[in-house]
Design a protein around this ligand. Structure first.
Ligand SMILES: Nc1nc2c(c(=O)[nH]1)N[C@H]1C(S)=C(S)[C@@H](COP(=O)(O)OP(=O)(O)OC[C@H]3O[C@@H](n4cnc5c(=O)[nH]c(N)nc54)[C@H](O)[C@@H]3O)O[C@H]1N2
Ligand SMILES: Nc1nc2c(c(=O)[nH]1)N[C@H]1C(S)=C(S)[C@@H](COP(=O)(O)OP(=O)(O)OC[C@H]3O[C@@H](n4cnc5c(=O)[nH]c(N)nc54)[C@H](O)[C@@H]3O)O[C@H]1N2
Ligand code: SF4
Ligand SMILES: [Mo]
Length: 714
C-alpha cells in the first residue's frame, strides 16, 4: 500500500515563480495547490499550474530520442543519437565553416536550470556566430538599455510595486501574463494594495485589458507610438521644473541633464497627442501626477519592446524614472539582490553590441546573438557563411518568430537539424533527430534568471517530484554529452587545461548552484536552502547604487550616443494614420506556443480570434460570427472575429502561439484546437532597426469579410 506524499516546488512555467504544494500517490499527481507559506507568492497560483500534471502525463511527450527515416520517426539509443548529432554537425562545419551551424534557443531555456547552466558551454563549443534566441522577439531593448546605462545587460530595473504610490503600466498585461521583467505573483492583490493605500495605477495600451479593468485609469494609445508620449512627458518634466534627482545627484552629470532637456525640446505634448491619440491634457495630467507622487514607477513591457522604436522607448522609460528620482529607491524602480548572483560585483564595462552584423541584412549582434527575424534568410540566402544546419533548444520559432512560413521553408532546406525538445511540434518536425530531456516535475528547479527580476528577494530550491523516467536524460546531461563529443578532437595538450575542461563534464546543476550560493551576498549553502522547502524570505528590495552599477566610472550613463542618433530615425518615420495595425494578446490559460496540448487549458470557446472595433467591423461589412481574411505584406489568414470596443479603433489583435494545423506534428489536443499563427502575418523585415528586435506589434494589415461560397442549386 503506497503512501501519499507532499512536495513543495516553484512553478517554472512563467516568470511569477509561484510556490506549489503538490500531492502525489505513487507516480500520480493527485493535486496541485498554491503554497501559502511561499514568501513570495503567498498561496497564489493560476490555472496553468495544473498544466504541470498534464505535461507530466502527456502521452504525446517524447521520452526517448527519435530519428527521421524514410519510413517515419524511429526510436534510437541515446548513444547513437549523441554520436550522430555531433558527427553531422561537425561534418557540416568541416564542409562549410563554423558559422554554417545555427542555434536557436527559446523561452523555456531561462525557466530551466539544466539548460541555463549547461547550454552555454555547448553553444561555445560550436564556435558559430549564427546564434539566435527568443530574446530578439522579446526583451532585447531592456537589455540594451541596461548595458548602456547601467553597465550590464542583466541590470534591469524592477518595479517595487509593494511600496509604490503611483504605477504606470505601459504595454504590459500582468493580470494575464502574471508579470514580466517583474516577477510578481498574485499581481491582482498587489495592485489592490496600492489602491487601498491611496495610490494610483494606470494602464497605457491600445486595448482595454484584463489589467485595465483592475486599475484607476486606462489610456488608449496608438500601437508603436508610445515613444512620442515618453519624449513629451520628459519635456514636460523639464518645462515645469520638476526634475528631482535626490540620491542620484552624484551619479548623473549636470551636463547630461541639460543635454537631455535640449534633446527633448522639439517633442511637445501637442505633437505627442497627434501621434499617439492621447489627448494633450491627459498627457499633462499624467506627467503632473507621476511627478507629484511620493514614489512612482513608469514600467514598460512587451507592448513597448516588440515595436519599431522599442529601443528608444526603454531608454526613455529609464530616463523618466531617473530624472524624477524614482530609480533605485523604495517605491520606484529597483535592482534585486539575488542569492545566486549571475551578474556579480566586478564591473567590466563591456559593450557587447554591434561587434558584428548579420550577413544578409546587416542587423547588429547583441550579446553574441543575431536577431531572430533574420534567421530564415540566413538559411535561404546562398553564399559564404550560409547556415546549413540548425540546433534548436526549448524553442518553437516556426510559431514565434515573424514570417513562420518562411522559417519552415528555410528549415526544409537544411542539410541537418537537431532539436532538443519535449514535443514533436511545428518546429521540431523539421529536425532529423529530436533529443527529449526529462522535464517539468521530473527535474530539480531553481530560478537563476527570475530571482534577478523579482520584486522581493527570496530564495528557494525545488527538488524533483518524480525520478526521471527510466531511460530518459536530464537536459544538462544532453548538453554535456554533446559538448564532450564536439570537443573530443580538440582537447588542449596542456594537462592543466585539459583537466579543467574534463572537470566541467563532471559538474551537476546542484554543484554549480551550491558554489554560486556560497559566493552570493547571503552566505548560504544549497543544503541550507534545501532545508527550507517553502523558500527563504530575504526581504524587500534594497537601494543598490552605486555599488551595483557595472559602468567603469560607477555613474549612470543617461545619454548613450546610439539613442540620440536613433531619434533622427523617429523624426523621419512616416505616420501610420488610416492603416489598420495588428497587435498581440495573451491569455491566462495559454503559454506562448506550447501548452495547448492540455485539455483543461484549451477547453471552452475559441480564443484564437481577431479582435476588432465595432466601427472597423462595420466599415468592412463584418458582423458577429463572421470569419475575416487578414492580409499583411507576408501572408494571409482566415480567422473568426470578435467585435469589441475594448480594442481601439484602427487596431486589431490576434494572440500568438497558435497554428497547430501544420501536418506531421504529435500534439493531439492542440491539433483539435489549431487556430492560426499570427506570425504567418507578422513581417520579418519589420524590426526595430536600432537593435534588430522584432516588431510584432503595430504591423499594418488589411481585413476583409470572407464571402461564403455560394451554394449551387441542386
Ligand atoms: N506575434 C507574436 N510573436 C511572439 C510574441 C508575441 O507576443 N506576439 N511573443 C514573443 C515572446 S515574448 C517569446 S518569449 C517568444 C517565445 O518563443 P519560443 O521560445 O521560440 O517559443 P515557445 O512557444 O516558448 O516554445 C517553447 C519550446 O520549448 C519546448 N519546451 C518546453 N519545456 C521544455 C523543456 O523543459 N526542455 C526543452 N528542451 N524544451 C522544452 C516546447 O515544446 C516548445 O517547443 O515568442 C515571441 N513571439
Ligand atoms: N498566460 C500567459 N502568461 C505569460 C505568457 C503567455 O503566453 N501566457 N508569456 C510569457 C512571456 S514569454 C512574456 S514575454 C510575458 C509578457 O508579459 P506582458 O508584456 O505583460 O504581456 P502581454 O500580454 O504581451 O502584454 C503586452 C500588452 O501590450 C499591449 N500593446 C501592444 N502594442 C502596444 C503598443 O504599441 N503600445 C502599448 N502601450 N501597448 C501595446 C497589448 O495590448 C498587451 O496588453 O508574459 C509571460 N506570461
Ligand atoms: S502564474 Fe506562472 S508561475 Fe504562477 S502558477 Fe501560473 S504559470 Fe505558474
Ligand atoms: Mo517572452
Amino acid at each position: 500500500m503506497s503512501t501519499p506524499s507532499t512536495h513543495y516546488r516553484t512553478c517554472h512555467l512563467c516568470e511569477a515563480m509561484c510556490g506549489l504544494e503538490i500531492q502525489t500517490q505513487d507516480q500520480e499527481v493527485v493535486s496541485i495547490r498554491g503554497d501559502k507559506k511561499d514568501p513570495l507568492s503567498r498561496g497564489h497560483i493560476c490555472p496553468k499550474a495544473l498544466g504541470l500534471k498534464d505535461i507530466y502525463e502527456d502521452p504525446d511527450r517524447l521520452k526517448y530520442p527519435i530519428k527521421k527515416t524514410e519510413s517515419g520517426w524511429q526510436q534510437i539509443s541515446w548513444e547513437e543519437a549523441f554520436d550522430e548529432v555531433a558527427k553531422r554537425l561537425q561534418e557540416v562545419q568541416q564542409k562549410h565553416g563554423k558559422n554554417s551551424v545555427g542555434v536557436y534557443q527559446g523561452n523555456p531555456s531561462v525557466h530551466n536550470l539544466g539548460t541555463t547552466l549547461f547550454s552555454p558551454n555547448f553553444v561555445r563549443a560550436l564556435e558559430t556566430k549564427n546564434r539566435f534566441s527568443a530574446t530578439s522577439v522579446d526583451q532585447l531593448p531592456h537589455h540594451l538599455a541596461g548595458m548602456y546605462q547601467f553597465g550590464h545587460p542583466s541590470l534591469l530595473p524592477i518595479p517595487d510595486i509593494d511600496r509604490t504610490d503611483f504605477w504606470i503600466i505601459m504595454g504590459g498585461n500582468p493580470l494575464v501574463s502574471n508579470g514580466s521583467i517583474m516577477t510578481a505573483p498574485d499581481i491582482a492583490k498587489r495592485i489592490r494594495a496600492i489602491r487601498e493605500r491611496g495610490g494610483k495605477v494606470i494602464t497605457i495600451d491600445p486595448r482595454f485589458t484584463e489589467t485595465s479593468a483592475k486599475v484607476d485609469q486606462h489610456i488608449f494609445v496608438k500601437p508603436g507610438k508610445d515613444v512620442w508620449l515618453l519624449l513629451a512627458m520628459i519635456r514636460e518634466v523639464f518645462e515645469k521644473n520638476w526634475v528631482q534627482l535626490n540620491h542620484l545627484k552624484e551619479l548623473v552629470s549636470a551636463e547630461e541633464i541639460a543635454q537631455l532637456q535640449q534633446l527633448v525640446e522639439p517633442y511637445t505634448i501637442a505633437i505627442a497627442a497627434a501621434k499617439t491619440g492621447v489627448p494633450a491634457d491627459t498627457i499633462a495630467t499624467l506627467t503632473k501626477e507621476f511627478t507629484a507622487a511620493n514614489s512612482a514607477i513608469i514600467y514598460g513591457r512587451l507592448g513597448v519592446s516588440v515595436v519599431e522604436f522599442g529601443g528608444l522607448s526603454h531608454w526613455l522609460l529609464n530616463c523618466l524614472n531617473i530624472i524624477t528620482g524614482n530609480m533605485d529607491v523604495p517605491g520606484g524602480m529597483m535592482f534585486p539582490t539575488p542569492a545566486f548572483d549571475a551578474i556579480g560585483n566586478k564591473p567590466k564595462g563591456k559593450i557587447r553590441f554591434n561587434r558584428w552584423q548579420s550577413r544578409v541584412r546587416g542587423l547588429p549582434e547583441f550579446g553574441g546573438e543575431l536577431p531572430s527575424s533574420t534567421l530564415a534568410e540566413e538559411i535561404l540566402t546562398e553564399g559564404e557563411g550560409q547556415i546549413k544546419a540548425m540546433v534548436t533548444s526549448c524553442g518553437n520559432p516556426v510559431l514565434s518568430v515573424p514570417n513562420g512560413l518562411k522559417m519552415e521553408a528555410a528549415f526544409e532546406q537544411l542539410e541537418f537539424m537537431v532539436s532538443i525538445d519535449i514535443y514533436l511540434n511545428e518546429t521540431t518536425r523539421h529536425a532529423d533527430i529530436i533529443l527529449p530531456p526529462a522535464a517539468g516535475l521530473e527535474v530539480p528547479h531553481y530560478d537563476i534568471a527570475f530571482h534577478q527580476l523579482a520584486i522581493r528577494d527570496t530564495v528557494k530550491f525545488s527538488p524533483p517530484v518524480f525520478e526521471k523516467s527510466e531511460g530518459t536524460k536530464y537536459d544538462y546531461e544532453i548538453f554535456v554529452e554533446l559538448t564532450k563529443r564536439l570537443q573530443a578532437d580538440t582537447l588542449p595538450e596542456d594537462p592543466a587545461m585539459r583537466q579543467k575542461i574534463e572537470f566541467s563534464y563532471q559538474l551537476t546543476p546542484e554543484r554549480i548552484l551550491d558554489t554560486g550560493l556560497r559566493k552570493g551576498g547571503y552566505d548560504l549553502t544549497l543544503d541550507q536552502v534545501k532545508a527550507q522547502p517553502h523558500g527563504i524570505d530575504l526581504g524587500p528590495l534594497k537601494t543598490r547604487f552605486p555599488d551595483r552599477l557595472h559602468t567603469l566610472d560607477k555613474k549612470i550613463n543617461l545619454l548613450p550616443e546610439l539613442y540620440i542618433k536613433d531619434l533622427q530615425r523617429l523624426n523621419d518615420s512616416p505616420d501610420t494614420n488610416g492603416q489598420l495595425l495588428l497587435i498581440g494578446r495573451r491569455h491566462l490559460r495559454s503559454n506562448n506556443s506550447w501548452m495547448h496540448n492540455s485539455q483543461r487549458l484549451v477547453k471552452g470557446r475559441d480564443r484564437c480570434t481577431l479582435l476588432i472595433h465595432p466601427n472597423d467591423a462595420k466599415n468592412r461589412q463584418l458582423e458577429k460570427g463572421d470569419t475575416a481574411i487578414v492580409q499583411s505584406r507576408v501572408g494571409q489568414v482566415e480567422i473568426p472575429i470578435e467585435i469589441s470596443d475594448e480594442i481601439m479603433e484602427g487596431v486589431v489583435s490576434i494572440p500568438h502561439g497558435w497554428g497547430h494545423h501544420r501536418k506531421d506534428i504529435q500534439l493531439g489536443i492542440a491539433q483539435a484546437h489549431a487556430g492560426i499563427s499570427v506570425n504567418d502575418l507578422t513581417d520579418e523585415l519589420f524590426v526595430d532597426e536600432l537593435c534588430g528586435n522584432a516588431a510584432v506589434n503595430g504591423v499594418p494589415v488589411e481585413v476583409f469579410v470572407k464571402v461564403p461560397l455560394a451554394v449551387s442549386p441542386a
